[in-house]
Write a protein that binds this ligand. Structure first.
Ligand code: ATP
Ligand code: MG
Length: 568
């Protein structure tokens, strides 16, 4: 029950002045000891996919720290591996970071802009006797590397002279060496207990065109060499990354030291954010996109930032979520329900509550004059009068939810059944008189009679009803498509199958093509959202809606399967 623990810990923390997380404590210490005279953070995505909720955590953490300490925040693309990177991803990442509210101003950088400097640092290392050109093949390098229990073996090329190394590295750069024939390696320690320190490769030959530098380079720096240099060049102080890089920290420190950066950056690791019932890894999301299991990177069932936006999540709800989750040093999964809680709370007072019938059945009010319609003034959000009122048409024929009628109800069913009186929300009391059925016994029409004295939904004689149901006037109703979602994966069975494929829930999407909404919703704008009373929050899809024909995505249901623990 890791999840609940994570979620439960946060609100208590929020009450008093929030206690500092371990990263803030480290920064405080560094500033007090004069290690740094400023705070500079960055978010360094590789443009090889769309950002997801885990990245949102990293973005908001880095941005938040810069703001808190009066420092600066950079958005820097770590575009050192041309094979998987695309400008489509660059553009989506910029849009997502802005949407989240992490304002990087004009501080947008690309690692590829530093290729020349990185090359010069590599030359510097060669001159210092700290790097050498190695002709071993990739397989041989692996075999020489040793294991966790055995030290590695030194490369026969390790003791080349500085002059020879400079000449060969120049040849690599000039395109005279085929891919894979040579690499540049740091000369550190083949006996180090940390495998990352066993003469790691820092440059490789790859005749690849780069999306920004074209064919200028045919040597590319490796991540462990490039990343610390990027940080150093940008005067980053706290290079915050996720736990899998913990074992790489000694190499990070080696690079910034040997390259001679003043006030060298330091790496601090925190735990990645994982969520139950959804896929967070870029690699796995990519798998779903490429196999066509989902409708692109912004399919509303995904937790990419663009999918969350399309589904109807707000930046505020995601910021709140990240805040509640907090920063930790130990990996755990957060309950997806916490994210749902955050969006529900955010929309509660901000959105109008309108009527939409998702599974319609006709209701005829037999004593309501034929041909008559009237307009009711309805409050948009009873908890927030600032949202005003709207006009809703009412007439003799209405649609109600099929589940709001039962011919033979069980005990404690308070909605429509023959003889029972209920309230039509915002309208009248009606008493059910019966129903019509087709040859298969399905209810096709329900009949009722209304009490004209109950206009607005209250009886002057004070009599009460136990059920209130929503409705839409048939004649003026607009037919729309509504999409309901379930979790993308079935957590019970495990997220991944034995063969590494994603364990996909086949019922994750339900499309309802026969839903009726109040006429005012026909012209709802792309991205606009509403509460459909009793059914949840819904957002106009930005991709599949057409003018006058909105498609609504359910953001979240109203039923809270989740409650933040009470304060104590
Ligand atoms: P993925 O694991 O999804 O493939 P990644 O780490 O390869 O993501 P990058 O573009 O390299 O993606 O990551 C950019 C930054 O976001 C890194 O600092 C990384 O540590 C951080 N990050 C990635 N995933 C998460 C996550 N789940 N929670 C928090 N931070 C994350
Ligand atoms: Mg990565």
């Amino acid at each position: 029950m890791e999840n609940e623990k994570t979620a439960a810990a946060a609100p208590a923390e929020e009450e008093s002045a929030r206690s500092k997380n371990f990263i803030e404590e480290e920064i405080d210490k560094d500033l007090a000891e004069g290690v740094y005279d400023h705070v500079q953070t960055r978010f360094p995505p590789e443009p090889n996919g769309y950002l997801h909720i885990g990245h949102a955590k990293s973005i908001l953490l880095n941005y938040g720290l810069a703001k808190e300490y009066g420092g600066k925040f950079n958005l820097r693309f770590d575009d050192t591996n041309p094979t998987k990177e695309k400008s489509e991803f660059v553009n989506s990442i910029i849009a997502d970071v802005k949407w989240l509210g992490a304002d990087f101003e004009d501080r947008l950088f690309f690692a590829s802009d530093y290729f020349q400097q990185m090359y010069e640092y590599a030359v510097l290392l060669i001159k210092k006797g700290k790097a050498f050109v190695c002709d071993l093949s990739a397989d041989e390098i692996r075999a020489y590397r040793g294991t966790l229990t055995e030290p590695g073996k030194e490369s026969p090329y390790r003791n080349r002279s500085v002059e020879e190394n400079l000449r060969l590295f120049e040849e690599m750069k000039e395109g005279k060496c085929p891919d894979g024939s040579r690499v540049l390696r740091a000369k550190i320690d083949m006996a180090s207990p940390n495998i990352n320190m066993r003469d790691p490769v820092i440059y490789r030959v790859a005749h690849l065109s780069h999306q920004r530098t074209g064919d200028k380079w045919c040597i590319y720096p490796m991540y462990d060499f490039a990343h610390p240099i990027e940080d150093g060049i940008e005067h980053v102080t706290h290079s915050i990354c996720t736990l899998e890089f913990e074992d790489h920290r000694p190499l990070y420190n080696w690079v910034v030291r040997e390259c001679g950066f003043e006030q060298p950056p330091r790496q601090i690791e925190f735990a990645k954010l994982y969520l139950t019932n959804v896929i967070t890894g870029k690699r796995y999301i990519k798998q779903l996109v490429e196999k066509g299991i989902v409708d692109g990177w912004d399919d509303p069932r995904l937790v990419t930032i663009s999918a969350l936006r399309r589904r109807g999540f707000t930046p505020e709800s995601i910021r709140r979520f990240v805040e509640l989750v907090g920063v930790s040093k130990a990996n755990s999964s957060v309950d997806y329900a916490l994210l749902e809680y955050c969006i529900r709370e955010d929309l509660k007072l901000k959105r109008s509550r309108v009527m939409a019938v998702l599974h319609p059945v006709k209701l005829v009010i037999d004593n309501y004059p034929e041909g008559q319609t009237e307009t009711l003034e309805v409050v948009n959000n009873p908890e927030n009068p600032a949202l005003g009122t709207r006009q809703v048409p009412f007439s003799r024929e209405l649609y109600i939810e099929a589940e709001d009628f039962m011919e033979n109800p069980p005990k404690k069913y308070f909605r429509m059944y023959p003889g029972n009186e209920v309230r039509l929300m915002n309208a009248y009391f009606v008493r059910c008189t019966g129903c019509e059925k087709d040859a298969d016994g399905n209810v096709t029409v329900i009949h009722a009679e209304y009490d004209p004295a109950t206009r607005g939904g209250n009886a002057p004689d004070g009599r009460k009803v136990k059920g209130t149901i929503h409705w839409v006037a048939a004649e003026t109703a607009r037919k729309v498509t509504v999409r309901l979602y379930e979790n993308l994966v079935d957590e019970e069975k495990g997220k991944l199958n034995a063969d590494g494929t994603v364990n996909f829930n086949p019922n994750s999407l339900t499309v309802l093509n026969n839903c009726f909404v109040e006429p005012s919703l026909q012209n709802a704008a792309s991205g606009e959202s509403f509460q459909f009373v009793r059914n949840g929050y819904f957002c106009v899809d930005s991709k599949d809606s057409k003018p006058g024909q909105p498609v609504f995505n359910r953001v979240v249901s109203l039923k809270s399967g989740y409650k933040l623990p009470a304060k104590n």
